[in-house]
Design a binder for this molecule. Sequence first.
Ligand code: SF4
Length: 210
Amino acid sequence: MAEAGSAADFLPSQIDLPHLREAAQGCRGCALYRNATQAVFGEGPATARAVLVGEQPGDQEDGTGRPFVGPAGQLLDRALRDAGLDRRALYLTNAVKHFKWEPRGQRRLHRKPAAHEIRACRPWLEAELALLRPRVLVCLGVTAATAVFGRPVRLKDVRGLFSASPLAAATFVTTHPSALLRLRDRQGWEFEYQRLVRDLLLVRERLEAF
Ligand code: SF4
């Protein structure tokens, strides 16, 4: 029996991506399912050579059931294009599969997942990566990196580097595109955007080297 408060209790007996996706809808591994519309599972070809992991679904992802379709996803699409990467060839997922939010007037404001929620949700990510076995695993932001490495990490210590993690031999860390959405200064935004594109170019070069 898995430890209390873990998605491990909700994994299906048949482990493939369609069964995992379906089973995630019934997950009660932590409390986040209560206020979310649905679990947002990963999306992309099972043969993807690179997997990108974000933090958690946002408001629009929660509504559509698809990852990276909101403003951060659109910015990621642009950065991927500028780096010469085709989103359709990538598998995109999140460290936490349900949207965590708090009400602010009519809006639902994103709340960062807690360490125990990241831990509880990790079995889904582990199962996805065990099936996909990507050449390169890209963590978008510190929550993704914490989930992948299984310990707290600081972005400034690991950003832009390839290293081995428990979930992939070649693991790369960059920022989450949502961090750019919070920048108000145009120059600062442009600097950070180009930095994100440069990071994604390193991912592309690594993929081309295989
Ligand atoms: S966030 Fe993850 S662990 Fe928590 S209920 Fe949703 S799928 Fe399960």
